[in-house]
Design a protein around this ligand. Structure first.
Ligand code: ADP
Length: 741
């Protein structure tokens, strides 16, 4: 960015969040920024105030080796440490009677050296004493605010700024002064809030990186780094690592408006996030040296760690409290089985899980309320129009800000935390918090913090820092991380229970099904068995009629007797088939190695091929491999397939039935192929069901044969399938596992 571009921005700052403060290109007045090229160790850039501070003219410095500008010793040490990849540490420099400290940092291909007065250092013994004292006091502090107050006291004691504040960010980056120690004549700013725009994002990022930052004189004249563009890279130099770098003009104006003369800021970082700042103001210029700043950094880190411990403790205490409630709720759910009853009819209720004023359960279209809540219709609308679009978890302290209809019930539920139980259903559990009856004290009116011109929002630092009181509107006490944790654990438990209940249900249904199947098999077996006796009676008497009384009967009666005899025989076959079908289900497998060839030959014999199918050519594979299975069942399987092949090809001019096998992937597949009527392949699966027939009436049958075959193969954990073409024939395949169990 060119100089003009930056100064244009100085007048036209449209957005602090984009202010390029890392390439600000200027140094504060109390020290010199010397930049050198890491390849040559020659000075490539330098702030123009070098003459005032080190007494060398700026034009003489550029391009010179570092050792000629600073001292040989300093340059040599930096060079050596850089080459050995050691960490660079500050070096002392003496010019005449003046003592300086050279503080190095690396930025890309540059070594940036802040040369600043060495100043007075803290007495290490005093520092240690103070630190020990504060550590004990921090440990004894009851609350986070107490801790902050102790920390502020220590900083005041050690560095003696006029005002020390501990400034805490909220979730929207607004800040609040939570602790303050000050000179008596100053107004107190304790409890004041400052809008997020007062410390914009780039400044927050640099705080995180740098830790401690001072402005020694707010009314200084920044000294430009010349040349502004790095001759090494041809780009503006990133000087965010320099502690001497000049301050954003907006921030200077901001401090000037507060009449502040010097400042120190240290970042309080908790679990990797900026929690707040130690902000020190002095009402005249004030410089504290590098070592003091390091002490301040160390102190802030100790404080941050203590704070992290404290907040973790609070988190754990709250989590364990809600965990107790959660466990009881889970117990209720498992014993009662109706989630809504378990959650809200007994003690504890779901609303006891976290701090809230009421809650609602939305379950399968019903709404159950507990405590202070919006009306059912309002909640229904909230679910349909708003929550349905949200993630599983949703929480806000100001619902009306994101869902305007919530303004109607803001006194009851400005804060809402909701969780969707399962992603498939619109079932929610919600907790509410009412509008907080608090007021916020702002340092100046936060809204009068800018102006709009031509539709662009221009931010300017506020002029007035008078206490400005605002009544909170539609904002509840914020939800904490431990609230969210408790809710998420409850949801996990519920989901777990639901999954388990569903599994139990499926298991029990499965059991019932197996039972029913067994009963059915037993039933059909006994029915078929019991039908045998009366059938024998019918058949026997019909045959007596036929054999001895036929000549006494008229034509019609003779036909009737013949039909009875034929039907009885068909019914006998049917009963046989049903009996064998249920027997397959009931008998255990007695596996053995069987000769497939023998089984096939027996089946052909049983069909009496020579007399029943004299035209049929049988092609039987000579060396059929052995098969492992239950002798009776395999015989039944082969029998059924062969009898079908003979039957459904029997009406062809030249029927051919082929019995063979093939091997693939170490697996034997047997097949029985015919050139008979075939059938529509869409029935390929259906034909294996009981009583399912697709053949025409020309072919007699019960529709049970293939279902027996299928059951046999299933029992052996094998496979059975068919390929068929109508009018051309079918081929049935089966394969069984080779292993004998
Ligand atoms: P069915 O007693 O009717 O033969 P199956 O259960 O043995 O009973 O066979 C079911 C149906 O499958 C038969 O009705 C027939 O439509 C068809 N089917 C079975 N085997 C063959 C085959 N080899 N060729 C053509 N269709 C067949």
């Amino acid at each position: 960015m060119s100089k003009t571009a930056y100064s244009e921005q100085e007048v036209n700052i449209t957005n602090c969040d984009r202010e390029p403060i890392h390439i600000i290109g200027k140094a504060q007045e109390h020290g010199v920024i010397v930049v050198c090229d890491l390849n040559s160790f020659n000075v490539s850039q330098c702030s123009e105030n070098i003459e005032n501070i080190l007494g060398i003219s700026h034009t003489e410095v550029l391009g010179k080796p570092l050792k000629q500008v600073l001292s040989k010793k300093v340059a040599k040490s930096f060079k050596k440490k850089f080459k050995n990849e050691d960490s660079l540490l500050p070096e002392k420099l003496k010019i005449g009677e003046q003592k300086f400290l050279c503080i190095p940092s690396i930025s890309g291909e540059h070594l940036i050296i802040d040369v600043e007065p060495s100043g007075k250092s803290l007495d290490p013994v005093h520092f240690q004493e103070q630190l020990t004292k504060i550590l004990t006091e921090l440990d004894e502090s009851e609350s986070v605010n107490d801790m902050c107050q102790q920390a502020a006291l220590l900083v005041k004691h050690l560095f003696d700024y006029d005002r020390i504040m501990i400034y805490k960010f909220d979730e929207e980056w607004n800040g609040e002064v939570v602790a303050e120690v000050k000179e008596p004549e100053l107004d107190s700013w304790l409890g004041l809030h400052y809008p997020a725009t007062d410390i914009p994002k780039p400044a927050r990022e640099i705080f995180m990186k740098q830790g401690v930052r001072i402005i020694s004189d707010v009314n200084y004249r920044a000294s430009p780094i010349n040349p502004e563009i790095s001759p090494v890279t041809g780009r503006p130099l990133d000087i965010s690592t320099s502690e001497l770098r000049a301050v954003s003009p907006i921030h200077i104006e901001y401090l000037q408006n507060m009449k502040v003369g010097a400042s120190l800021t240290a970042a309080i970082v908790l679990n990797g996030e900026l929690w707040g700042l130690v902000a020190c103001h002095h009402y005249s210029p004030k410089f504290i040296n590098y070592h003091q700043r390091q002490s301040c950094l160390f102190l802030t880190q100790v404080f941050s760690n203590k704070l992290a411990l404290k907040t973790t403790k609070t988190f754990l205490e709250n989590t364990s409290k809600s965990d107790e409630v959660r466990k009881k709720l889970v117990l209720q759910i498992t014993s009662i089985r109706s989630i809504e009853d378990a959650l809200y009819r007994f003690d504890p209720k779901f609303t006891d899980l976290i701090e809230c004023s009421g809650g609602a359960l939305v379950m399968d279209g019903e709404i159950y309320l507990s405590g202070e809540t919006p009306k059912k219709a309002e909640l229904r609308q909230l679910c349909d129009e708003f929550l349905a679009e949200k993630e599983v978890y949703f929480s806000t302290k100001s619902l009306s800000a994101v869902y305007p209809k919530a303004a109607a019930f803001k006194n009851i539920a400005s804060g809402i935390l909701s969780v969707q139980i399962s992603e498939q259903d619109a079932n929610y559990i919600m907790w509410f918090r009412p509008e907080a009856k608090e007021t916020v004290n702002w340092g100046g009116n936060p809204e009068k913090n800018g102006f709009v011109k031509d539709g662009i929002e221009y931010l300017t630092p506020r002029k007035s820092f008078e206490r400005w009181t605002e009544k909170k509107n539609g904002v509840a006490k914020p939800w904490q991380d431990y609230d969210l944790e408790a809710v998420s654990s409850l949801r996990e438990s519920i989901v777990h229970i639901l999954v388990k209940q569903q599994k139990d249900k499926i298991d029990s249904l499965n059991g019932q099904l197996v039972e029913a199947n067994k009963e059915l098999e037993t039933f059909s077996y006994s029915v078929s068995h019991d039908l045998r006796a009366p059938l024998r009676g019918i058949d026997g008497y019909a045959r007596i009629l036929k054999d001895h009384y036929m000549d006494r009967l008229d034509d019609y009666s003779q036909k009737a007797v013949n039909t009875i005899v034929r039907s009885a025989s068909e019914m006998d076959t049917l009963i046989d088939d049903i009996l064998s079908y249920s027997r397959v289900g009931q008998t255990d497998l007695a596996k053995q190695v069987l000769s497939m060839r023998q089984i096939v030959e027996n089946a052909l014999d049983a069909q009496n091929v020579t007399s029943n199918y004299p035209n049929t050519i049988i092609k039987l594979e000579e060396k059929l491999p052995k098969i492992v299975g239950d002798r009776r069942m395999i015989a039944q399987l082969v029998n059924n397939l062969i009898s079908n092949a003979l039957k459904y090809s029997g009406k062809k001019e030249q029927p051919v039935v082929e019995i063979g096998y093939y091997r693939k992937n170490d697996q034997t597949t047997y097949f029985i192929k015919d050139n008979g009527v075939g059938f529509d392949p869409k029935h390929k699966n259906k034909i294996f069901e009981v009583f399912s027939r697709v053949a025409t009436e020309d072919f007699k049958g019960s529709g049970i044969g293939l279902s027996i075959a299928k059951k046999v193969v299933d029992k052996h954990k094998g496979e059975l399938w068919v390929e068929t073409t109508p009018g051309e024939g079918s081929c049935f395949y089966f394969s069984l596992p080779d292993i004998e169990e």
